[in-house]
Design a protein around this ligand. Structure first.
Ligand SMILES: NC(=O)c1ccc[n+]([C@@H]2O[C@H](COP(=O)([O-])OP(=O)(O)OC[C@H]3O[C@@H](n4cnc5c(N)ncnc54)[C@H](OP(=O)(O)O)[C@@H]3O)[C@@H](O)[C@H]2O)c1
Length: 372
């Protein structure tokens, strides 16, 4: 297992090697994080896709992307294992140091072991039910669990897959899933138990900080059943561990077609209402945007206003990435890339332009004749 975790000194040294990527590195949680992170969600659970991710990850880590995002269930643990393989090879070769890279993963969903077994139900019974790791009442929608026992098991699995003693950011994966079946009171008591377990994992050096990675939870209206309140979660963390709690990071979808993190005033802090990004910023949370390209659908066919707003970029994928990484309050735009060519395209965008200013971004919202 690789020891250590991302540090301020090492990530700053990493950033200094990429002077060509102006404005690419910003401070998140006290360390230098690249404005583009590589995601590892999509793709088949097969060796061909493993090899593609291996090449993409090497290109990313060698080219100025120092945040990797994954989850234990992505491609049934294959994404984590591929990341572990690349980290081991690149640190052994001296191309990168462990402390230069921020690794984030998630637990919450059930996962198989590399492939779908012949008898999925029987496999699950044998590995997780008979072993006492999960009981029927713990499961929501037949696939989601966030008991301390489950998260603890998933965390150990992730550490082994990634070959890391310490995972920098550990997220509970889509915790809002629980709200489809349990009351908010039960949900908050489950969150509390999970946060207690995660604080213990921090104390044991198994994770650096923890948080929530969401899909609908932080974008929903406050009246919706699956809504997640940052203020409520922050208070639970505070009750569990006081001012020094480690609930420090969120992940939520944000892109040209899913702008709610900015446009929806659904969160509160004190007496103030604000968007998820405003409130997360006020709390000092690290914020990673997922689905920067809406799973590839924003990589082509964008209206010409995007090319006008972001000159100097050559593809719609680059323009979509530029939009997300330039949005105030977003630390890292996560782009799923299993193609090294796509990694080079993202890095070319970062080399061509620093993140856009707010004034440039605002052009998107002005009538055509006022844009110049
Ligand atoms: N709830 C959650 O926690 C959650 C949900 C969704 C996503 N995420 C995280 O966020 C990451 C990003 O989201 P995502 O992977 O779902 O979707 P995404 O980043 O919006 O899109 C990924 C897709 O875009 C393609 N692509 C990437 N760069 C491109 C380029 N330069 N030109 C053309 N196509 C390009 C990729 O192709 P190739 O793969 O072939 O390169 C892939 O098919 C995920 O990988 C995951 O780590 C988290």
């Amino acid at each position: 297992m690789l020891r250590g975790r991302a540090t301020a000194d090492a990530t700053t040294a990493y950033a200094s090697r990429f002077g060509n990527l102006q404005g690419n590195f910003r401070t998140m949680l006290g360390i230098s994080a690249s404005s583009i992170g590589i995601g590892t969600y999509l793709g088949e659970p097969d060796t061909e896709t493993d090899a593609a991710y291996e090449a993409a990850l090497s290109t990313a880590l060698g080219g100025g992307i120092n945040l990797v995002d994954t989850a234990v269930n992505y491609r049934f643990q294959r994404s984590e294992r591929t990341i572990g393989k690349v980290l081991a090879a690149m640190t052994a070769a001296g191309t990168i140091k462990r402390e230069e890279i921020i690794v984030a993963t998630k637990g919450g969903y059930l996962t198989f072991d590399g492939e779908v077994p012949a008898d999925p139900r029987g496999w699950f019974e044998e590995h997780f039910v008979r072993t006492g790791i999960v009981t029927a009442g713990d499961l929501v929608e037949g696939s989601h669990c966030m008991t301390p026992k489950w998260l603890g098991t998933m965390l150990e699995m992730s550490r082994a897959n990634l070959g890391l003693e310490t995972i920098d950011i550990y997220y509970i994966h889509n915790p809002e899933t629980q709200l489809s079946e349990v009351s908010r009171g039960v949900f908050l008591s489950r969150i509390r138990s999970a946060f207690e377990m995660l604080e213990a994992a921090v104390a044991d050096g198994k994770i650096g900080v923890y948080g929530i990675a969401t899909w609908n939870g932080l974008r929903a209206e406050a009246t919706e059943r699956g809504f997640l309140s940052l203020d409520e979660l922050w208070r639970v963390a505070h009750e569990v561990a006081g001012d020094a709690h480690h609930f420090r990071a969120i992940q939520l979808p944000y892109n040209l077609a899913m702008p709610e993190a900015v446009t929806r005033s659904n969160q509160t802090v004190g007496n103030q209402k604000g968007s998820a990004l405003t409130v997360a910023s006020a709390m000092g949370l690290g914020v990673c945007a997922s689905a920067t390209l809406l799973q590839g659908r924003l990589a082509k066919g964008l209206p010409t206003i995007l090319a006008e707003t972001f000159p100097g970029l050559t593809s719609d994928a680059q323009r979509s990435i530029q939009f997300v990484r330039s949005t105030p309050g977003i630390n890292v735009a996560l782009v799923g890339m299993k193609s090294a060519e796509h990694v080079r395209d993202a890095l070319a965008a970062a080399a061509a332009r620093p993140p856009a200013s707010v004034e440039e971004l605002m052009k998107l919202y002005r009538p055509a004749d006022e844009r110049r």
